[in-house]
Design a protein around this ligand. Sequence first.
Ligand SMILES: CC(C)(COP(=O)(O)OP(=O)(O)OC[C@H]1O[C@@H](n2cnc3c(N)ncnc32)[C@H](O)[C@@H]1OP(=O)(O)O)[C@@H](O)C(=O)NCCC(=O)NCCS
Length: 175
Amino acid sequence: MRPTEDLVIEPLLSGDLVTLAQCAILDAEVFPHPSIPALVDPTGNAPTVWVARVARGRVIGFVAAARNMSVLEIVGLAVAPAHRRAGIARALVNTTVDAAEARRFRAVALHVSTTNAAAIALYDARGFSPARKLHGYYRSRNFGDGGNAWEMVLSLTRGHEQYEDGGIAKRVNRR
Ligand SMILES: CC(C)(COP(=O)(O)OP(=O)(O)OC[C@H]1O[C@@H](n2cnc3c(N)ncnc32)[C@H](O)[C@@H]1OP(=O)(O)O)[C@@H](O)C(=O)NCCC(=O)NCCS
């Protein structure tokens, strides 16, 4: 599918419940569990969510990213099945990486099921590398492979400060 020419990527603004509901519907369609964490976080670490639309239509994709110390962690990414292979996820991930660079994060990181070839190919093409394999990371056995996950990392420090072992995997973040 060709890239969508009138694709718009924009942040989800707090209080925009219609857009939030469209994200939740897409989330429920794509995942066997909710992937967007609570947007109201008492610790002040609520994720930033960007949504993809064509023109002013419904949400057809989203990415959610949360700060984890000096790392921006992608905690949710989905594109509606009818709109896949049109570069929408690539645009959402690029938006996240650009924001991480602008905010001087050290790296962008994420967890992905070892069985999710499409997502792994997407991240690999953007320069993410597998940092470690986490056995039984996902509680849901819907992922296959015993719930194993890759932790994938894109370093933004261009070599003078490396992503340190023991970063995001310390957090209890099972789904
Ligand atoms: C993974 C997902 C987000 C990809 O969304 P998408 O908008 O179709 O991806 P893009 O069109 O931006 O693809 C960009 C690149 O990723 C790779 N890619 C994406 N889907 C792929 C697939 N099904 N098979 C192989 N490579 C794939 C390709 O390298 C692609 O570039 P190309 O089309 O020029 O070959 C989408 O399939 C999805 O929502 N899956 C279910 C939810 C999910 O797995 N989320 C990620 C959790 S970590």
